[in-house]
Design a protein around this ligand. Structure first.
Ligand code: ATP
Ligand code: MG
Length: 499
């Protein structure tokens, strides 16, 4: 039997206060897709980072084709043929697509960059990820996140890697983009590349992987053949307990209209009229670029309206800034954890209370009441099952899903009447997702208005009392009750697109 393409033996990684990986032995063969799954904080990204040369292991070995390797940094891993697409995109927004792909390796003529060659080289790799039509000179920042993601994969491929590690590559992708990615992965697999694939989406895991390596609290709990297992078993192994039957949540009673818009328009939005009531969970669905996020931002004054109005409790309002909206009871939680929602470099508790402090909570006579703050955060951390070494830990060091929970805590601590949550379950594990759904239902029952944007149709349908669909900056339908079906929702998202 030939040595596996990539193997770890008793790999252990400790951080102050945490054992992120505990003697993990994993094997990845050439031409297979191995799924790496586990709850938030299980150690998946840490494993990927060690294999990608970002961290050295605390102990244990990494072998490539049977030979032990040690990396001094990410470049060594790339040189050895291991390419990584990280959980957080690592591209540089103001550079062009071509520069991003070949950064550090720009072709030169003398001392000058050979732009023509660069463009040609970029076109070649872009074609490999289905982006033959993309002009490599486009600044990256002008592209939707999904396309940026494909560019990141193109860059990984350009190293002629033998091993490709993907950490939640689909968390920002639309369905057609996911299909495109899977086609790319199938091709690479056929070429004998070994692929390690991290995802919280079990349907994807079952579609694309050959085997599954399951982690819990940094340890391997099972290695399974995908074809001979099923979702329930995987979930049970991941969480180490039975999630049980989730009872249909008792719904809230829709009450008075808290927030509404009439004919709202701006550079992107067109004549948007929506209403949100107490006691209701409203889902907003649209394809990428449909205006979902723009609408939520316009509601809290993060975008300037050009037409129409926003009304709070029936009275026209014009929020000057999201803090202004928060002060009046409307809170927006951005889908962009890293860019807009959290301050990396600051502790968990400070991030969680940041907005609340801005609006005068936990402040007495102008002085923040640190003890009260910490107590409130500790309670919420417990309730959200937040895994962090401590509340003083830099939020940067939390796993992606746990960062998402800090974002939720931040919204909750502002105690708003209206919650505007943009992709609140992105990157969180199956168990935590259920907790978020329960939380939304609970808030509605307590008389809050809850609005959420989700790209995951099943979750949107299961958790919304009412749904607005959007396309090209317009609301295309309002669905309630039995009319909330996948087919209906999709139909209304597409109709304007094709018209
Ligand atoms: N640089 C770091 N410093 C301190 N602790 C860290 C660091 N990186 C990760 N950790 C901790 O190690 C544990 C494992 O984190 P990791 O990011 O590997 O989880 P994950 O399985 O990728 O989770 P998720 O699904 O949420 O992305 C977590 O408890 C995390 O807080
Ligand atoms: Mg992770």
């Amino acid at each position: 039997m030939p040595a596996p393409l990539l193997e770890t033996q008793d790999l252990t990684k400790t951080f102050p206060g945490v054992v992120a990986l505990n003697k993990v032995s994993l094997r990845l063969h050439a031409g297979e897709v191995l799924g790496l799954v586990g709850e938030n904080g299980a150690g998946k990204s840490t494993l990927i980072k060690i294999l990608g040369g970002v961290y050295p292991p605390s102990s244990g070995r990494v072998l490539l084709s049977g030979r032990e390797i040690r990396f001094q940094g990410p470049k060594d891993a790339l040189d050895a043929g291991i390419a990584v697409v990280y959980q957080e995109l690592s591209l540089i927004p103001h550079l062009s697509v071509a520069e991003n792909v070949f950064i550090n390796r720009l072709p030169r003529r003398g001392v000058l960059v050979d732009w023509r060659r660069l463009e040609r080289m970029a076109r070649e790799v872009l074609a490999e990820v289905g982006l033959s039509d993309l002009d490599p000179r486009t600044p990256l920042a002008e592209l939707p996140i999904g396309v940026q993601q494909s560019v990141e994969i193109a860059r990984a491929l350009s190293y002629r890697a033998r091993v490709l590690l993907l950490d939640e590559p689909t968390s920002s992708l639309t369905e057609p983009e996911v299909e495109n990615l899977f086609q790319i992965l199938s091709r690479l697999k056929a070429q004998g590349i070994g692929i390690l694939y991290v995802s919280h989406h079990l349907e994807e895991i079952f579609e694309i992987t050959d085997r599954l390596h399951i982690l819990r609290d940094g340890r391997t709990v099972a290695v399974l053949e995908t074809a001979s297992t099923h979702e329930d078993e995987v979930i049970a192994r991941m969480v180490g307990r039975d999630l049980g039957q989730v009872l249909p949540e008792q719904r809230g009673q829709p009450g008075e209209v808290v927030l509404e818009t009439r004919g709202l328009g701006d550079r992107f939005l067109k004549e948007v009229s929506v209403r949100f009531r107490r006691g209701e969970v409203v889902g907003i669905y649209g394809l990428l670029g449909s205006g979902r996020t723009e609408l939520l931002k316009a509601l809290v004054g993060a975008r300037r309206p050009l037409a129409g109005e926003v009304r709070l409790f029936g009275r026209p309002v014009r929020f000057s800034h999201p803090h202004d909206a928060a002060r009046q009871g409307v809170v927006y939680s951005s889908e962009d954890r890293k860019g807009e929602n959290l301050f990396f470099g600051f502790p968990v508790w400070k991030n969680a209370t940041y907005q609340a402090i801005q609006i005068g909570r936990f402040v007495r006579l102008g002085v923040p009441q640190a003890r009260a703050e910490r107590r409130a955060v500790a309670e919420l951390a417990e309730r959200l099952n937040l895994k962090a070494p401590s509340l003083d830990a830099d939020v940067y060091h939390l796993s992606g899903g746990n960062q998402q929970k800090v974002c939720l805590a931040k919204a909750l601590l502002s105690e708003p009447e209206v919650f505007l949550l943009d992709e609140p379950t992105r990157g969180i594990d199956v168990g935590a997702k259920l907790e978020v759904y329960q939380l939304m239902a609970e808030l509605a029952r307590a008389g809050k208005a809850v609005v959420f944007v989700s790209s995951e149709l099943p979750e949107l349908i299961a958790n919304s009392d009412r749904v607005y669909t959007m396309a090209r900056g317009r609301v295309t339908a309002e669905l309630t009750g039995d009319a909330i079906t996948e087919e209906n929702v999709l139909k209304h998202c597409l109709e304007v697109e094709t018209a």
